[in-house]
Design a protein around this ligand. Sequence first.
Ligand SMILES: CCCCCCCCCC(=O)SCCNC(=O)CCNC(=O)[C@H](O)C(C)(C)COP(=O)(O)OP(=O)(O)OC[C@H]1O[C@@H](n2cnc3c(N)ncnc32)[C@H](O)[C@@H]1OP(=O)(O)O
Length: 222
Amino acid sequence: MAAVTELGTALRALVDASVSTAVGPEELRAAAAEARRATALLEADRRPPGRLPPLDDPVAFRRVYSPVTGVGSAVAPPLTLRGDPAGGVRAEATLGLLYEGPPGYLHGGMSGLLMDHLLGAAAIHAGLWGMTAHLELDYRGPVPLGVPLVLRGWVERNAGRRTDVAGSIAAADAPDRVLVQATGIFVTPRAEKMDAYFATVTDAAGRHTPPGRPTDATAVQP
Ligand SMILES: CCCCCCCCCC(=O)SCCNC(=O)CCNC(=O)[C@H](O)C(C)(C)COP(=O)(O)OP(=O)(O)OC[C@H]1O[C@@H](n2cnc3c(N)ncnc32)[C@H](O)[C@@H]1OP(=O)(O)O
């Protein structure tokens, strides 16, 4: 885990530098050569899709390469999700140029990714694992880059396999002024779909490890 975290931290610094650098073409080409060398090192042993990495824990829902929370992911902020004393889950983040949409502000699609994850995590936190069936966002104000943000997700109601969830993004110093408001419907797939989607998913030891068991509710840190 220390090595995965070390590589993820180094890669995030690299991609941040790569989108904010002002060096010339010679330096860019030298950096590209270094990046290709690192890629060759990592390509020596790869896992196929559907086989979880050894450090993933499907019971605790630890996903080290998640694009949102993965400590080993070059593109994840990465967020740390916690139970929110006000209900649901929350995370704090300060996002950089990698995620820029309008100059100086967060890309709207990135807000969608973050809200999808927060809403899904809120459902899991309540013991209601499901896949996103519907996600709707209202963009009320641009989300600034480089300032601390607070992201929240909470369950509104549940009926059978369907869970209605909501969430928000706001600046940490103005938490009541919602910049992005999200609502979503998460659905636990019917058994036939669960089989069709996840029948071949295994952990690193080859054991069948489909998502969605009740214990996945431990996903969020207390
Ligand atoms: C801490 C870790 C946190 C991790 C968070 C991860 C978050 C990320 C989550 C994802 O990205 S999941 C990936 C994106 N989603 C998908 O790929 C799902 C694609 N859609 C499907 O596979 C199916 O549509 C789905 C499994 C969601 C539902 O199919 P089912 O056949 O199981 O459900 P069904 O159609 O019978 O609907 C069940 C109920 O939900 C309702 N429903 C389903 N889809 C709906 C929809 N789109 N809008 C409104 N209601 C919907 C439906 O009306 C019904 O309500 P009732 O029970 O009241 O009749």
